[in-house]
Design a protein around this ligand. Structure first.
Ligand code: MSP
Length: 463
């Protein structure tokens, strides 16, 4: 039996820029799942939020001549605005600068320390500020000293850090992945990750010297050190539930699904489960990994000026058009592409013609021929097994495809049976009235079923 309580989380974006369509994708995928689970009667807790610490954000604040706190205070609202505009129905929004979060992260630190999982050491190596992560010498050499994701040179850092013994958990994490106790969806990402850790997980540096302008949560009992942004950020999935003080966190942890982009899977499949095991907590059930959205086949970047502003699409086309495109044409489990041409084709052809006109036709005929009265609805005739199977296996784009099969076949049915001709025959043919009523109630019934199936995707349209 499935549990009554359900918990889904999204990656918390850095606030060092305005939200883009990649961030929107995290939120949308989680929203579809949350709405579907609510339809099934579950009580869903749905976390979103923002990641406000780290040197990358401190650097941005310095560039603007404001304190990091003032900077993040001016930025997080953009993300809330977007979440709201996307009609993403969340229960929680966390900022990692929240006092409660910071206190809980310090508690987590102390627990890990008590368990003997933290130690101090000197580290020398390459660091990418964009990734907020150390890079192995091998990786740095392969990339000629420049981060391929951020196009900036790696920095050479030598400093005293606390380390977290992630290596102690290689075996249980590998087993959890292999047995499916903690699933990575899609499967090919699981294989990639298992390959990455086949020689074992490495211990990770989890603090930075405070003197190096680290903007983050102070390490308890050691003012010279500030916590590494990823330790702080990953903890949000627990702290947002009220961990450790509010016992209701236990109703929701372990998470049913954690939505992350492919670039941050290694943090969520490695460090995060190690932290949880160190805290003696169960692992999340599913890590749902989406790909990246490109714009006309090209990676979006500020420097290329090809970024797509989600607010522009939302303003000009409305929220359901946005949701439709990103949930159907960006495959849930892989990379996808956005172009205005394809977006408009989907908007006009599919939402406008296929669905919009269909609804209008059925309404208009029901008004004209039956004064708006729909008789008894016939039982559902469509096998929605494939839809539910797609939803259960996190192939949301395929679930929409299934609904569209129904949309198209209802259009074909109406074109074939021609209710307008049946209506004309009513004077002469005594069966025509009943036939017409049956056609219209079949159509209305199918539309209602379509509406229900589309509700997680297009809540407004479906209503
Ligand atoms: N702050 C960290 C996440 C911490 S989670 C405890 C971070 N932030 S981010 O802003 O860089 O990315 C946030 C999310 O947006 C990630 O899931 C990332 O994969 C996603 N995307 C960023 N660019 C993207 C695309 N172009 N396409 C799709 N999603 C991408 O990493």
């Amino acid at each position: 039996m499935t549990k009554k309580h359900a918990y889904i989380t999204t990656a918390i974006p850095y606030v060092n820029g305005v939200p883009h369509i990649g961030h929107a994708l995290d939120y949308l995928l989680a929203d579809v799942w949350a709405r579907y689970q609510r339809q099934l009667g579950r009580v869903v807790r749905f976390q979103t939020g923002v990641d406000e610490h780290g040197n990358k954000i401190a650097a941005k604040a310095a560039e603007q001549g404001v304190t990091p706190q003032a900077y993040v205070d001016s930025m997080y609202g953009n993300f809330q605005t977007m979440i709201h505009a996307l009609n993403v129905d969340t229960t929680d929004f966390i900022r990692t600068t929240d006092i409660k979060h910071k206190a809980a992260v310090q508690y987590i630190w102390l627990q890990l320390e008590k368990a003997g999982l933290l130690y101090k050491d000197t580290y020398e190596g390459w660091y990418c500020q964009g990734c907020e992560s150390f890079i192995t010498d091998k990786e740095a050499a392969e990339n000629n000293g420049i981060c391929p994701d951020h196009q900036t040179p790696y920095q050479r850092l030598s400093e005293e850090n606390y380390y977290f013994k992630a290596s102690a958990f290689t075996v249980p994490i590998t087993q959890a992945l292999e047995s499916g106790k903690m699933k990575i969806v899609p499967d090919f990402r699981k294989k990639e990750f298992l390959e990455l850790i086949k020689d074992g997980l490495q211990d990770v540096s989890v603090s930075r010297p405070a003197k190096n302008l680290a903007w983050g949560v102070p390490v308890p009992n050691d003012p010279s050190q500030v916590m590494y942004v990823w330790l702080d950020a990953l903890s949000n999935y627990l702290t947002v539930l009220g961990y450790p003080n509010d016992p209701s966190w236990q109703d929701f942890w372990p998470a049913d699904v954690q939505v992350v982009g492919k670039d941050i899977l290694r943090f969520h499949a490695g460090i995060w489960p190690a932290m949880l095991l160190g805290l003696d907590l169960p692992l999340p059930k599913v890590l749902l990994v989406h790909g990246h959205i490109t714009s006309g086949g090209v990676k979006m970047a500020k420097s290329l000026g090809n970024g797509i502003d989600p607010m522009e699409i939302l303003r000009d086309y409305g929220v359901d058009a946005f949701r439709y495109y990103f949930l159907r044409y960006i495959p849930t489990q892989d990379d996808g592409d956005f172009t205005w041409e394809r977006f408009e084709a989907a908007y006009n052809g599919e939402l406008g013609n296929d669905l919009g006109n269909l609804v209008q036709r059925v309404i208009a005929m029901t008004l004209k021929y039956q004064a708006g009265v729909v008789g008894d609805l016939p039982p559902n005739r469509h096998d929605m097994g494939p839809y539910h199977e797609a939803m259960e296996s996190f192939e949301f784009n395929r679930a929409i495809d299934e609904v569209w099969v129904m949309v198209r076949s209802l259009n074909q049915y109406i074109d074939r049976v021609k209710p307008w001709e049946v209506a004309k025959n009513r004077e002469t043919d005594t069966d025509a009235e009943a036939h017409l009523a049956e056609i219209l109630s079949t159509s209305a019934g199918t539309l209602l079923q379509i509406a229900e199936l589309l509700a997680p995707f297009l809540p407004e349209t479906s209503r």
